[in-house]
Write a protein that binds this ligand. Sequence first.
Ligand SMILES: CCCCCCCCCC(=O)SCCNC(=O)CCNC(=O)[C@H](O)C(C)(C)COP(=O)(O)OP(=O)(O)OC[C@H]1O[C@@H](n2cnc3c(N)ncnc32)[C@H](O)[C@@H]1OP(=O)(O)O
Length: 204
Amino acid sequence: MPGGSHRVGTVRVVTPLRTDLPPGAQLPPRPANAPAPGTVLPSHYVRCFACGDQSAHGLHLRVDADAGLALCATFEVTEHHQGAPGLAHGGLLSCALDEALGALGHLTRTSLVTGRLETDFLRPVPVGTVLHLSARVEGVLGRRVYASGEGRLNSPTGRVAVRARGLFVEVPMEHFVTHARAEDIQAIEQDPDLIRLREHQTIF
Ligand SMILES: CCCCCCCCCC(=O)SCCNC(=O)CCNC(=O)[C@H](O)C(C)(C)COP(=O)(O)OP(=O)(O)OC[C@H]1O[C@@H](n2cnc3c(N)ncnc32)[C@H](O)[C@@H]1OP(=O)(O)O
């Protein structure tokens, strides 16, 4: 994937994008305890806008483990997701890819937060479309996980409408406890089922 470029006079200046795989990054093996291909991956938090079933107008992403360090996901674009009339808002399409790429932590068995996300919007996505997402780890360097993914219209082999690359950073559990509001921590203490990841890993 080329970096960004611009011209200064007649000279083209090429700047590596921070989501480009850096020298030394490697694709780690699939952990032995990673969910088997075909496993439906649980929502990490039922109130998550992207994957939570308690987010009334959220994306309700369904995510399935794939072979290797990869997954696939779907979500249906509803009228609540419009930007232009009858078309999905680009920010929500980025959100869907953010979630799909971040959910690769299910496979790497790490807690990932997004450091940088770059999205290319290639085709409009009408309301009623089922977007079929796929995502994969490209490489890991230290705490940095490089991932990419795309969304296709209405089938896993449909036309690519949106594509993304992301740099995710592995964080300890304390990251979430430190930054959450006290009332959110209390809500989870009162109802541990708000977090659906206990069998896989502990992460919000
Ligand atoms: C299995 C569960 C499924 C869960 C799915 C969830 C999907 C949703 C994902 C999200 O949307 S997460 C929410 C949006 N993201 C955030 O809120 C993150 C906010 N940022 C931070 O909290 C901190 O900036 C961060 C934890 C990312 C990094 O801070 P740290 O102090 O821990 O680490 P540091 O700054 O030393 O960065 C670690 C490495 O990452 C690199 N890095 C961090 N942010 C970067 C960035 N933005 N761009 C490029 N590189 C970045 C940084 O250069 C460094 O590289 P080196 O290890 O080589 O030194």
